[in-house]
Write a new protein. Structure first.
Length: 307
């Protein structure tokens, strides 16, 4: 099978929710990353590259292990002796349980890009808001694998911490900004009040509280026929992470907010809307994506050209 080199459609693999991404898809993700950087250029974000694993203690402290145990991917590694392994290793070829001596490690797979940032604020009193721009390969052990629901996916996030007023205003600002930006890419997002998929007992109570306080908004766009998915979210965490990681802002428990861009889902929504070859998309879409003016030149000196 030969694919057209401009075809950005991802390939599925033996593992549901794990896709292979052609060069044209990677280029599209790069253009999205650069477009988000331009969008964020008028605020002083500190850029951090986040690895795909995180301290298990941090994820426990953040409350993710308690609320979303079903989504969390743990990292296990071998804890037995060499003698144990002589007994276990033949089981690999037999399709047996060679992994009975694997034990949980101090790492888990990163479930969202923003978590490691809060841990860096531990013990601080913020006299000014802080802002971070992060991106990571995330993992969630999703139960289904419909289009757009991946188990490993790239997430970019803009994150802030400061006072309650600052975080509230910042979240409002970014919700509108991201919706407007998606429109320039020819997408028509619906803005919806949302909640997180808390697991088990208390689920309904947590979700109702989250909705009543309007903590989470999602921007939804179809990624396949009749299948809208959240491609971005704007979240207010109030003092949840300030409590968990013991930081304050102007002496009161610190508040946080984040705007998350599901880079893979944005890419899939664009491919669904405009076709599988980004090189063939209408020029205004290419211009909005690459930060180029009508004549194809960069709009400002910091704008990297997607080509
Ligand atoms: P919070 O900080 O409140 O926990 P978050 O913004 O960090 O939330 P989510 O809102 O859960 O994290 O996810 C952010 C974005 O990541 C979603 O809007 C979506 O675009 C993308 N995303 C989430 N889960 C998946 C998935 N299974 N496959 C692909 N993309 C996903
Ligand atoms: Zn977040």
């Amino acid at each position: 099978m030969t694919r057209h080199p401009d075809d950005a459609t991802p390939l599925s693999t033996a593992a549901p929710g794990v896709q292979l991404q052609p060069a044209a898809y990677e280029k599209l993700l790069g253009a999205l990353r650069d477009a988000i950087a331009r969008l964020a250029a008028d605020e002083p974000f500190e850029r951090l590259v986040v690895p795909p694993v995180i301290s298990r203690a941090t994820i426990e402290r953040a409350g993710f292990a308690a609320s979303f145990p079903n989504l969390l991917g743990t990292v296990h590694s071998y804890t037995g002796t060499a003698a144990d392994w002589r007994r276990l290793s033949p089981l690999i070829a037999e399709g047996g349980d060679w992994h009975t001596r694997q034990g949980i490690s101090d790492l888990v797979l990163l479930p969202a890009a923003c978590y490691p940032v809060y841990a860096t604020l531990d013990g601080r009193d913020l006299t000014e808001p802080v802002r971070f721009s992060v991106e990571a390969q995330c993992f969630r052990q999703e139960a289904t694998a419909e289009p757009g629901r991946l188990r490993t996916f790239r997430m970019a996030e803009l994150v802030t911490a400061g006072t309650a007023e600052h975080c509230q205003q910042w979240r409002e600002h970014w919700l509108g900004r991201v919706a407007d930006w998606l429109e320039t890419l020819g997408l028509k997002p619906s803005v919806e009040l949302a909640d997180d998929p808390f697991f088990g007992g208390g689920r309904r109570i947590y979700q109702a509280a989250q909705r009543a306080q309007e903590l989470k908004f999602e921007l939804r766009v179809p990624v396949a026929d009749g299948l809208p998915q959240a491609i971005a979210s704007a979240n207010l965490h109030k003092d949840h992470f300030g409590e968990a990681f013991a930081f304050t802002a102007d002496g009161a428990t610190g508040n946080t907010a984040c705007t998350a861009f599901g880079l893979d889902r944005i890419a899939l929504a664009l491919l669904h809307t405009h076709g599988p070859r980004p090189a063939d998309w209408p020029q205004p879409i290419g211009n909005a994506l690459n930060g180029t003016a009508q004549n194809g030149t960069a709009q400002n000196s910091t704008a990297p050209n997607g080509d």
